[in-house]
Write a protein that binds this ligand. Structure first.
Ligand code: PMP
Length: 423
């Protein structure tokens, strides 16, 4: 398959999956917490489509909703009742949501949020944080500022090949600031605040590690945004519905002006949402800021979102109890296995998503700490785990689902111990 794919797909794959494994995993089917490859090998899956399968693969409620809707029409390009119901539920679940606009994928929702922030404030600059990923569209793709020099032009970022794997594009109006560094942020806001339309952040950084904000940090970010009249945007594409029914903003108790959701909100189908304060979102309603998309509110995706959000909302105790319990059991098990093997491994994160790092450092607080961990070793661990029937995100990130059982966790810890011995 792979050699044929190399003739027809650029790079032989449709994603970057080959980078760490050598030969990519070709998946035949997925169910619950498991994937099967084309050779019939089974894997306990902690990638979950890079997050979407929060209820496991093929949750019955979602499959049924998709099938029913597909029989009644797959695309309308017109209003329908389910769209209204999902928007209403989102506003009930997410603390900062008073209005909703739907898109298809996360990158589009981010684009919509930035455009809205610029239209609302009449300003052009965006401030983002090092290592935070907000989709593959150029304006925010650029990830790392090589030398954040406040004496020089902080508005002229230069790409650093090979540092983040996300370095190719950047926007002229982008300012990149280190994460968890309030002093630098304060200085940048003092200097550029009046020109900054929005500050965008993954409230828990999950694309280069799994890094919680320092205590008080996001509160201070919120305050700086208010002081300078810049909007605060939370990119909850990963954290949304994973840490709490209302996302990281509920989990951490910080309310942004706008937020974007995707991945887990439709149980594996492609639906994203921009939500936020009515006073800002109404710039879309009044036509001051354009928003479009042929597949927005596509009925099959919306039916999947409705079924998924109903489960997350109505069975919240069971869902989040399971996610946190399985996450912390797996983190503990992996820590114990590493300690027994005498391997310096840091295991950190909220639980329903967490990161393993090969490092002696006691903590990873920002992108630079993450970049200093042994990522070549992590790639070898990824391959050794695949050999033992465990699929983690190659960079060492783990996603839990409600379909993971206690015995899946035990089997994974055994596989992890075996992989460490082999390495
Ligand atoms: N924001 C974050 C935080 C993400 O993790 C991702 C995807 N990994 C995106 C935005 C982009 O979403 P999509 O790939 O659906 O366009």
């Amino acid at each position: 398959l792979y050699s044929t794919a190399q003739q027809y797909l650029a790079g032989g794959v449709s994603s970057d999956a080959r980078r760490t494994t050598g030969v990519p995993l070709y998946v035949d089917r997925a169910q619950g917490a498991r994937l099967w490859d084309v050779d019939g090998n089974a894997y306990v899956d902690y990638v979950l489509g890079q997050g979407p399968a929060l209820l496991g693969h093929c949750p019955p409620e979602v499959v049924e909703a998709i099938s029913d809707q597909a029989a009644r029409g797959m695309v309308y390009s017109a209003q329908h009742a389910a769209e209204v119901r999902v928007a209403e539920r989102l506003c009930a679940m997410v603390p900062s949501a008073e209005r909703v606009r739907f898109n298809t994928v996360g990158s589009e929702a981010v684009h919509a949020a930035l455009r809205l922030a610029r239209g609302f404030t009449g300003r052009s600059r965006i401030l983002k944080f090092e290592g935070h990923y907000h989709g593959w569209l150029d304006p925010v793709l650029y990830s790392v500022h090589p030398a954040l020099d406040l004496a020089g032009p902080a508005d002229a970022p230069v790409a650093v090949p090979g540092t983040a794997g996300q370095q190719e594009g950047h926007g002229e109006d982008l300012i990149v600031c280190p994460w968890n560094d309030l002093e630098t942020l304060t200085r940048l806001m003092d200097r550029y605040g009046a020109e900054i339309a929005a500050v965008i952040a993954e409230p828990v950084l999950c694309n280069t590690g799994a890094i919680l904000p320092d205590p008080g940090y996001l509160e201070a970010v919120r305050k700086l945004c208010d002081q300078h009249g810049s909007l605060l945007i939370f990119d909850e594409i990963i954290t949304g519905f994973r840490l709490a029914p209302g996302g990281a903003q509920e989990y951490l108790g910080i309310t942004p002006d706008l937020s974007v959701f995707g991945k887990a909100m439709a149980g594996g189908m492609q639906v994203s949402a921009l939500v936020g304060k009515a006073s800002v979102m109404d710039h879309i309603s009044t036509g001051k800021v354009a928003h479009a998309g042929t597949f927005n509110s596509q009925p099959v995706g919306i039916a999947a979102a409705e079924a998924t959000l109903r489960v997350l909302d109505e069975r919240r105790d069971e869902v989040y109890g399971t996610l946190f319990a399985r996450g912390s059991a797996l983190m503990e098990g992996i820590r114990a296995a590493a300690e027994k093997a005498g391997v310096p491994l840091l295991v950190d994160g909220p639980g329903p998503v967490f990161q393993t790092y090969f490092t002696d450092a006691g903590a990873v607080r920002d992108y630079r700490d993450f970049a200093a961990t042994d990522r070549a070793m992590m790639a070898r661990l990824h391959a050794a785990l695949l050999d033992r029937g465990v699929n983690m995100v190659p960079r060492g990130l783990w996603f839990l689902s409600t379909a993971h059982t206690e015995s899946d966790i035990d089997a994974t810890v055994d596989a992890f111990a075996g992989a460490l011995r082999a390495l």
